[in-house]
Write a protein that binds this ligand. Structure first.
Ligand SMILES: Nc1ncnc2c1ncn2[C@@H]1O[C@H](COP(=O)(O)OP(=O)(O)OP(=O)(O)O)[C@@H](O)[C@H]1O
Ligand SMILES: [Mg+2]
Length: 411
């Protein structure tokens, strides 16, 4: 790292401040620009000293670390807070993360842990600011991952999983995530996310040959969770203008600025779906535990083998895995000759309720088993080292009536 990270140390214990100063003095790309012994001074010094990262104790007399974190996050967006706390102060930590802290350290921590946390949040903070300013991120095509949801069966849960998985990954890693709706005729990710996109993939067709990371941004619709959506055309007849070459270009360009590109597809194995599957790093093949779905999943797996996709890139996911119909996951595994990577429970009340409210269930019902399954899947797909925090965004809920009205306006 070429730049120097300006760090402010905030703790009411002189001893802790000194220990931290000693640890950080050994790092040539970190400069301790100041210290504070309480929350009040912390806010003032963060501003005056232009600190990039504030290492803040949560439990201090007067204005505590939580209040100070809240003020810094709101008033000084260029600074990023890492909170420190003694083991057992879980409630404090949870509140500090809600107040906007980007990472936390449990005392006693090692030198490595504190240095890694500072560098990580600094890097993410810089990326976030660049994104907010519409500046394309530094190019990361090699790190980017295209994950496509596919199922030969209509209604297997591709869209449900795509939307909730994308948000789970964004929540858990803090990395930029974009959703691409390649169900070009009847895509409904906008509905599931309660968005009214002004532009869709059709609008960028005339420009796709000159597309770059900056040019594609205005075509993406932001969601309150921080993810973005490249929506499907508003009418099925527009889908024909979206060619295979266009899809390839879009996915190539998105790789330059997004770490995770989650693609929802149609159940037909058409040219566009195949174009996405070809360039995917991971294919999530969704099936339910019933005979017709399993037979189609088997045919799909055989087709993918014929297409010489690496077996490891295909992850078999069982949706609505309740076993109620008598077929068990291990029987499905045996029949499909492919390991089951994940099972998503059937929770109709949560899933359908969340669609009708326009709030994905990882946000509206984070404590449910189906939401937990999304975070486990996120863990399977994103490297453990990238897991930073989990903070539920809170987009405004819309009533069912409003949702239908906004949909009717769009159509
Ligand atoms: N785990 C689950 N538990 C309960 N209901 C679910 C679950 N997953 C999906 N559903 C419901 O199943 C229906 C179909 O889901 P979804 O639209 O995600 O499937 P799809 O594969 O995208 O369908 P299509 O092929 O039409 O695009 C929806 O009503 C959804 O709410
Ligand atoms: Mg769908």
């Amino acid at each position: 790292m070429e730049e120097t990270i300006r760090v402010l140390i905030v703790d009411d214990s002189e001893q802790t401040r000194e220990n931290l100063r000693n640890i950080l003095s050994l790092e040539k790309d970190i400069q301790v620009v100041g210290e504070a012994g309480n929350g009040q001074d912390a806010v003032q010094r963060t501003q005056e000293l232009h600190a990039d990262v504030v290492i803040m104790d949560v439990n201090m007399p007067g204005v505590d670390g939580i209040q100070a974190t809240e003020r810094i996050t709101t008033d000084i967006p260029d600074a990023t807070v890492v909170v420190m706390s003694a083991a057992g102060d879980q409630e404090y930590l949870r509140r500090a993360m809600q107040a906007g802290a980007r990472d936390y350290l449990i005392k006693p921590f090692t030198s490595d842990e504190v240095v890694t946390a500072i560098k990580r949040v600094y890097d993410k903070g810089r990326q976030r600011r660049q994104r907010e300013q519409g500046v394309p991120l530094r190019s990361t095509p090699a790190d980017a991952k295209i994950i496509t949801l596919y199922s030969p069966h209509d209604g297997a849960g591709k869209t449900t999983v795509a939307a909730n998985l994308a948000i789970a990954i964004a929540m858990d890693t803090g990395e930029p995530v974009v959703l691409v709706d390649l169900n070009l005729q009847f895509g409904d990710l906008d509905l599931v996310l309660n968005l009214t996109p002004e532009r869709t993939i059709v609008d960028l067709v005339p420009q796709f040959q000159h597309l770059d990371a900056g040019l594609i941004e205005p075509f993406l619709c932001p969601h309150d969770s921080g993810i973005r959506l490249l929506a499907a055309p508003p009418r099925p007849q527009f889908s024909e203008s979206v060619t295979v070459y266009c899809v390839q270009q879009v996915l190539r360009v998105l790789r330059e600025s997004y770490r995770y590109i989650i693609v929802d597809s149609a159940s037909t194995l058409n040219d566009v779906t195949l174009a996405a599957l070809d360039v995917s790093d991971e294919i999530l093949l969704l099936t339910t535990l019933d005979v017709p779905a399993l037979r189609n999943a088997r045919i799909s797996l055989e087709t993918m083998r014929d297409l010489q996709y690496e077996t490891e890139k295909i992850r078999l996911i069982i949706n609505r895995a309740t076993g109620e119909l008598g077929i068990k996951a291990d029987e499905a595994e045996e029949y499909l000759e492919h390991p089951v990577a994940a099972r998503i429970p059937s929770e109709g009340r949560t899933v359908v309720g969340s669609v009708n409210q326009g709030v994905p269930f990882v946000i509206s019902n984070p404590e449910t088993k189906v939401a937990e399954a999304m975070h486990s899947l996120a863990r399977l797909l994103a490297p453990e080292s990238s897991f930073v925090y989990r903070r539920a965004p809170e987009p405004a809920r819309k009533g069912f009536g409003m949702l239908l009205r906004s949909w009717a306006q769009r159509a």
